[in-house]
Structure formats: structure tokens, C-alpha cells
Design a protein around this ligand. Sequence first.
Ligand code: PRX
Length: 654
Amino acid sequence: MSIDPQDIETHSHESRWFEPSPEFVAKARVRSAEEYEKLYRESLDSPETFWKRETGDLVFRSPWKELVEWKLPHARWFEGATLNASESCLDRHLSTDRKDAPALIWESEPGETRRMTYGELHQKVVELAAALRGLGVKKGDRVAIYMGMVPEVVVAMLAAARIGAPHTVVFGGFAAESLRDRINDCAAKVVLTQDGAYRRGGVVPLKATVDRAVEATPSVEKVVVFRRLGQSVLPIEMKEGRDLDWDALVKQADPEAGAPESVDAEHPLFILYTSGSTGKPKGVLHTTAGYLVGAHVSTKYVFDLRDSDVYWCTADVGWVTGHSYLVYGPLSNGATCLMYEGAPNHPDWGRFWQIIEKHKVTILYTAPTAIRAFIRQGTDWPKKSDLSSLRLLGSVGEPINPEAWVWYHTNIGQGRCPVVDTWWQTETGSILLTTLPGAHKMRPGSTGLPFFGVVPEIVNKAGEPVGREKGGLLILRRPWPSILRTVWGDDERFRKQYFSEIQGAYFTGDGARQDKDGYFHVVGRIDDVLNVSGHRIGTAEIESALVSHPSVAEAAAVGRPDELKGQALVVFVTLKPNNEPNEAMKKALTEHVAQEIGKFARPDAVRFAESLPKTRSGKIMRRLLKDVAAGRESTGDTSTLEDYSVIARLREED
Ligand code: PRX
């Protein structure tokens, strides 16, 4: 642990309450704190009754025999059930009016719109599923997806799910090396990609990155390429025998071969890589029934979805939010989802608000880092558009500061829309802490209360509850349906990472406190994981990228508080002899990290040091470097520091 839980602020400075409007409450699914409390109690005291009722609209081909089996650290849910996730998201709507209702409304960065009904999306998924089967992809084989924000990425995920092939979506901002490592870790058989995507007026060459990655991925047999841009915009090379054109492949496929595979509840649905406190990303494994139930039920209650809603989750499909709240949660609920290809500031900072006006978006789910960026640009931008269609706002990914919350509520929600601040993680699969929009009053900066079936607690290092208004470690006492099942290929790491810190409980890695009213405030990571603009970055990953540069002897990465990004990434580097610590070197190292991991992980500042502060046993003292990076005095214990002059020298260079 790099932060002592005692350092977590114990005081809640925010005491304001905001109430949902009576109009919102009148139409909400859960209308009062008492109603929530009743359901919450039922979810803990009579879980069988609760989950049976709440999953009644999902398609289980056979019912479960045992709700949950909890043999620490492994949870199994809905044992005995068989199902198919794509059937629950698509086929089940075909016998209803939703068949002809839009599942996806796609807005491209240049401004085109595509609409796809549930019937059409189903058709495309069936065709691609058949095509994948034709390529020899079998139940259990892994399929890697490296695409941008186009409807076909949803088709890709659901087609893989349809044939029981776990998918691993790799965010399109990752560099070839990161993509290669992820493909190799799960030994994917096929890669689904696209020629390129539009981003900030430019073109992201996705296929070219795949070409570099698959030079060293022995498991990959085929690369299927969706033509988003076309050869005239972005010429790509197709390697004979390996690369296949998506459209041509789908045309040849026999749709009869696209029937859904029946899988067991615990069959792997997807692997999603995320950063931890070591250099190697973890392949978080989610399984079919539990994950789907978590995403489905939370979407229904937290976003209070209706068929008339146009729901927009701005997250990229490469992150867990895109999985749970752009694909599985909303589609299993039959929602109409807006999907946007590009950047929030293209061609200008009014783009989000224009999209809301154009498509009459009713629910917006976005990240604090975007909200802070909008705040900087001023209220004139949102004022230019008609935002009256909005009825609910959401926030996810990092703590939202009360000022940003109030700005969002006032300027985007126009005081009319409740804001749900949702806390969860790649590992939790679905939202675990939140308010319910029609049931609860809201406190800016607080994520609220536990979702159904969730038992959070704030404890000290010994696992003892700390009580209200005290900082501590956020843990979960009971398993919930969408808890990760393991780390792909490394069950020991799974056990160690999540279940060794506090006996008998899942440790989130987050520090938090509960205020006097019982509302949870999640403060941030207490391990060596950073949250930069809502992207989760392991400091060890950055450090191993840096030391792979021939000039670098040693490196340490830390976070510095940043108004816009939440945290900024600062790296301290010791160079090998005969290397000059100059501007050119800073640039070279920054580019090197972008090359190794991806542009989003570029350090915000590179600082050279003759040596790094270490304990007598040789461990880098990141806590001290954090203080140096933030320009503040160190108050903690420095008695284990081996050489006091190191810190003094670093400060002088400030
Ligand atoms: O530190 C918490 C922060 O993001 C971490 C999870 O990151 P990731 O797995 O990338 O998933 C992001 C999307 C769910 C958490 O451990 N975090 C997420 N949501 C919040 C948050 N911190 C405070 N408030 C939130 N609402």
C-alpha cells in the first residue's frame, strides 16, 4: 500500500443536499429511500426471491439450481442455468415492438448518422457469428477486438458472445506492443479490427497497428477488417491468407450457422485487461450469467431506463464502462443507445451539446474529466444547444469534486436532472455504489449508497470497521453477481491482489469514508495505480516502459493532483552514464512511453534525478516523490530513507 489509510481525509466538507424533482420521482421505478431500503434488505435477506424476480426478463434457457456458491476467493452464481448473452440482448426483443426500434443511433465524428434497429443489429450479429464459426472459431476460443466506436464493434462483441467465444476488447488508443501482449496473454485466435477511425479530425490507423502487433502473436490465425474509412481515405495492406474483408466474409456466411450457443452460467464472457500494481496488466475475467445480471439490473435501476429514452454513455467500448453500460446493460434492457465516434471537442467544444439536441438524448453518462474540461470552456457552449430532452445525468470513473458536480447539475442538467455518481471498477463489472435517481437525495462528491446485494464497509488495515467520518479501506463483504472470477491465467495473482489484504473480504484498492449520513465518499486509489483523465494506469507499467529505453537506468512514476485530469503523471528518471538530461531526452522518453503503451499514457512531466529516494532495503519511496511532484513538504515518516540529500536535491531542481 503506498498510502496509509490514516492519511485519507476524515471530514466531509460538503453538507449540501440536492433533491430529485417531484416530476422525476413520480415516474421513477424506486420513488423513496424507504422503497430502496425495502428492496436492499430483501436483496440481502432473501436473495433468492430478489434475484429471481429481477432476472425474470433475461432469457435463461434453463433455470439456476444454486444462487451463489462462495468458496473464498471464488464465487459462482446461478449454477445450473444455461443462457446466451447475445440472445438476452437481442433475440428476446424480436418478438416485441422493440424489433423495429433503434438499438443504436450512431453519430460519426464528421457528422453522419446511422440507425440500427434491434432487428437489424440481430441480423448483423447472426451473420458475423456464422462467419466466425466458418473460420473455425469454437466455443471457448478467444477473439480479440481492436476497433473504434462504430456499431460494428458492438456487432463484434455480441457475435463472439453468440458462439461462446470470450472476447477481449483492447482500447484503440493502445500501442502495438500493448495490443500484442494482451493478444498473447489470452492466446486469441482471431483479431477483429477496422482500417481506421476518425478522431479529432485526424485518422487513427488501427489496422496498421494490428499489423505490427500480430508480427509476434503465434495464436492469431485470421484478422478480419471492417472498412470504416475505405482505401481512398486510408490505404491499408491486406496480408494474403491472414487478412479477410469483413463484408465479403459476412456475405459468404450461412446465417443458419449463426444460432446462439447455449453456455453454462459460469462460461467466460470476456476478458478485459486493466492496470494493477505490477508492470503486467491483469486479464479480468467475467462470466456469462453473473456479469449479465449485474449489468442488466444495475442499468435498469440506476438509469431508470424506459423505452422512450435515448441513452448516451460516452465511454469507449475498450473500457469496462463501454462493456457494461454501452453494450450489455442497455441492450439487455432494450434501450436505444447513442454511440459517438469522435472527440468531445471536435470540431468545437459544443459538440456534445449539439449531439444531445440533434438526437434528443434523455440520459447522459460521462466522466468527471470531461466535465472539468467543459467547465474550462465556459457555459456559453452548452447554452447554444437545446438540452431540454435530458432527464438524468451520470458520472463515473473517478471522484467528482463537488464544484464540478454542481456545475454539471446546474448547467447541463439545468437543475432538473438528478445526477448519479456511480462507483465501480473493471473488476466489479457493474455499479456497486450510487444513489437511485428517484429515491435518494444527492450529495455532491458522494457516490451514495450500496446497490442491491452489495455490502461495502470501510475498515482499517486490521480489517476493523472505522465508523463514520473516518478514512479507511473500502472492502466488500459479500460476493455480488458480476464480481470478477479470476485473473486470466493467474489465479494466484487474483487471490493475492483482492483477497489477501483483508481476511475474508474483497479489497477494492480504494480509500473511502462514510459521512455522518452513511453516504460513501470514494477518495481514490491507495495502491500504485493512477487515475489520469479517468484512465487507469499502473505506475509499474510506466516504469517498465521507461527502463526499456536504452538511456534509462531507473525510473519512478507518481501522480500529481491536477485540476483537469484528476491526476497528472510525473516520472522521475535516472539516466545511464554518458546520457544528457536535456529537453531532447525528455521528449524522447515521453514518445517512448507513447510507443510502448499508448498516447494516453504519455507522462505530463519528466524530471531527471541523480538518484531516487530509497529505503535502506532499496525500495523506492514513492510517497516522497509524490510530495516533490506536488511541490509540498513531506509530513510522513522519513526515518527509513537511506540518503536524505536525495530529496533535498530533487527539491532544488524544482
Ligand atoms: O478508484 C476508483 C475509480 O476508478 C477505479 C476503477 O477504475 P476502472 O477499473 O478503470 O473502472 C472505471 C469505470 C468503472 C476505482 O477503483 N472510480 C470509479 N468510479 C468512481 C471512482 N472513484 C470515485 N468515484 C467514482 N464514482
